[in-house]
Design a protein around this ligand. Sequence first.
Ligand code: FAD
Ligand code: DHB
Length: 390
Amino acid sequence: MKVQVCIIGGGPSGLLLSQLLHLKGIDTVVLEKYSRDHVLARIRAGVLEHGFAELMREAQCGGRMDREGEIHTGFEIAHDGVLSKIDLHKHSGGSSVLVYGQTELTRDLYEARDRLGGKVVHDAQDVTPHDLTSDRPYVTYRSNGEIVRVDCDYIVGADGFHGVSRKSIPKDVLREYEKVYPFGWLGVLSRTKPVSPELIYVKHERGFALCSLRSQVLSRYYVQVPLTDKVEDWSDDAFWAELKRRLPDEVAGRLITGPSIEKSIAPLRSFVAEPMSYGRLFLAGDAAHIVPPTGARGLNSAASDIYYLYHAMLAHYQRGDDSGLAGYSAKALARIWKAQRFSWWMTMLLHRFPDRLDYEDRLQQTELDYLLSSETAQRLLAENYVGLPF
Ligand code: FAD
Ligand code: DHB
């Protein structure tokens, strides 16, 4: 097979880039390790920046998102038994975020790829990039026992944190920065009315919690748990009881519980790999960087990579201008590090840290007091939460 751009990974990053390039007449293939059902069974992000939504519209995939997504102009922080409102709209100069699930967005992207006859290969085994520093790179994979070779101009590694792309950059070229947090998020999806129309981020002495949603009939809740906990340790009843303990009484009293339709634990990690390109390979999304989910930056950071890479590839194919591709890594990383800073800050603000000095707990409390008493601090929060410009 021969294409212009071979994209490894059929998550939101890979599919979105493939769709955008296809609309401009640039030929791509997406190689995905798993089946479509498997990819669509993952429950992940729920909060999108407008920049991301705009890119979905440009990719002609925004119809359902605009009909079914909810615009949120603020959220609440629960602390000390009370709720404090963060008004994103007021403090960001009129902006907001869109609540629309990653699962639905990925489904929309797959449907759009099918509609245009885009090439998406599922169950691609042993995907391996080759000859990255030559001007004729290629990728091989195994399908039904046969080795298939894809010749291309460029390879995009959009295969998530555990993918093969980042690992194919030599160790003496790649620098990795990492912080692993000593806890995870236990998440439950339930077909129940959300406890609040807006998200509630909860700081509590028993640990962080989050009340989120996918729609007015689908709720997503999280509680901070030790890394040693297993999903099997948590019955639905135990989950709801723990969530209620962390909510202000007034909120706990109106929480509607029900059977979980998905339950999983996500470890929290901050990670950046530099550079994000090597020869003819370009990394995008979780393949190059991970944030703890607290500030809802992960998928949104992937979107800015795709935006820069899409425009760099257009410049190459339409005008023969390679400066965007040459500058991609530096440009993407400048925004990525700001998302890293914000996610780290919000994680440190709201979680309970085992084995921490009392002094540090007091500083954390002071940070929250300051945030809630200062319009300037709320403006900083809002500017970052709605998304910095691309
Ligand atoms: P992925 O979604 O990981 O996709 C990579 C794809 O590559 C996968 O389909 C995988 O199967 C495939 N793949 C892997 N290895 C190979 C291989 N060797 N060969 C071929 N294919 C391969 N972000 C937000 O912005 N807002 C939020 O509200 C938010 N909430 C979150 C909540 C949780 C609990 C979690 C865990 C994450 C959250 N995120 C959030 C982060 C967001 O989900 C990720 O940043 C996003 O999935 C990244 O997309 P991606 O396409 O880069 O990577
Ligand atoms: C989700 C929402 C968030 O605001 C966040 O920070 C992390 C996750 C969610 O709904 O999954």
